[in-house]
Design a protein around this ligand. Structure first.
Ligand SMILES: NC(=O)c1ccc[n+]([C@@H]2O[C@H](COP(=O)([O-])OP(=O)(O)OC[C@H]3O[C@@H](n4cnc5c(N)ncnc54)[C@H](O)[C@@H]3O)[C@@H](O)[C@H]2O)c1
Length: 316
């Protein structure tokens, strides 16, 4: 049987993710859903008409879902579900300002996903990311390895882009890593960041690295500030689509994701940005990497910050 992936939420993030997934041409079907009547069907029709030009056979199906779960039967049999439903930030807002409103949306979506796609791996992107990932696991009651969140791939891609631009080198020669939360306690990891295998610290002065780290931490807000309405979606959708692909292909790729941490780095019982091996079962294992004392302390701080917030989401 061919693979099926569902993207919930046909806004900017969801529609660009669906398009990327379709263009991979590795799925039989990409399902795109939204609560706005006609929008997913219209986008699906449009994407399908790009098939002869881009040369892919995957079919995109658009479904409008109702407040009582109407339409969700169409996601049945999905191997992967990407949840993008929810409000994005406006200038001046923090991701945490979205907590109450997006929790209601994500809980409703998760309950329907659990009912209609009980074997899916769920990739969460709705913000605030770490909290919405924890909530999705609670609301679906899926095993923790089958629920993960997208943040680290995007944050690392931003860090990589800034480093490449600063040094005037191809992005492909730069390797960076960010861990921790998708928020104020994001932990960019310069000690694991290299250019053509050379440590970043040998190529840039410490204050310049710190400047790029700060820009990475504020990378989402920088885009929001320019757009005025809505938030980033090209780089975010690239990250979520790659994660969904790793699940569908059972590739075992190691990616920075928001995963359930159970003892790694001496941290337990929290969804946190770490590197993990991704495959058909979701997170196959969390991969620990060497950190400096300061980076390790920052990761522990991030864990405590998100732990406190994640404890509250069960009641939302
Ligand atoms: N994790 C990340 O790195 C990252 C990056 C960028 C954006 N985001 C988040 O992704 C989310 C989506 O962003 P966007 O730019 O696509 O926003 P958007 O406003 O363009 O789209 C959101 C869509 O969700 C739909 N929706 C609302 N409730 C729904 C429900 N119950 N079921 C199905 N669909 C529903 C809306 O109708 C809308 O079409 C936001 O929460 C944003 O903050 C996360």
């Amino acid at each position: 049987m061919g693979k099926k992936v569902t993207v919930v939420g046909a806004g900017f993030y969801g529609s660009t993710t669906a398009q990327r997934l379709a263009e991979y041409d590795i799925f039989d079907t990409v399902v795109l859903t939204d609560i706005i009547e006609g929008r997913p069907a219209g986008l699906a029709l449009d994407m399908n008409q790009s098939r002869p030009i881009e040369g892919f056979e995957t079919r995109v199906v658009g479904i409008t879902t109702g407040p009582n779960g109407e339409g969700y039967e169409g996601i049945g049999g999905s191997d992967v579900v990407v949840i993008t439903a929810g409000l994005p930030r406006k200038p001046g807002m923090s991701r945490m300002d979205l907590l109450g409103v997006n929790a209601k949306i994500v809980r409703q979506v998760s309950e329907n996903v659990a009912k209609h796609a009980p074997n899916a791996v769920v990739i969460v992107v709705s913000n605030p990311l770490d909290e919405m990932t924890a909530l999705t696991q609670i609301a679906t009651q899926f095993p923790k390895n089958r629920v993960l969140g997208q943040a680290g791939m995007l944050d690392s891609a931003r860090f990589t882009t800034f480093v490449a631009e600063e040094l005037g080198v191809p992005v492909a020669s730069v390797q960076t890593l960010t861990l921790g939360s998708h928020g104020d306690t994001m932990v960019p990891v310069p000690s694991q960041s290299t250019v053509n295998g050379k440590p970043l610290a040998e190529l840039l002065p410490a204050d310049k690295i710190e400047e790029l780290v700060t820009r990475t931490r504020n990378g989402g807000a920088e885009v929001v500030g320019l757009l005025k309405t809505g938030s980033a979606y090209y780089a975010p959708s690239a990250a979520a689509a790659r994660m969904a692909r790793a699940v569908a292909e059972d590739s075992g790729a190691i990616m920075p994701v928001c995963a359930w941490v159970d003892g790694e780095y001496g941290i337990s019982g929290v969804y946190l940005g770490v590197q993990a091996e991704i495959g058909a079962t979701g997170v196959k294992r969390v991969v620990e990497t060497d950190l400096t004392d300061a980076e390790r302390a920052a990761l522990e701080e991030a864990a405590e910050a998100v732990r406190a917030k994640q404890a509250d989401v069960a009641s939302l």
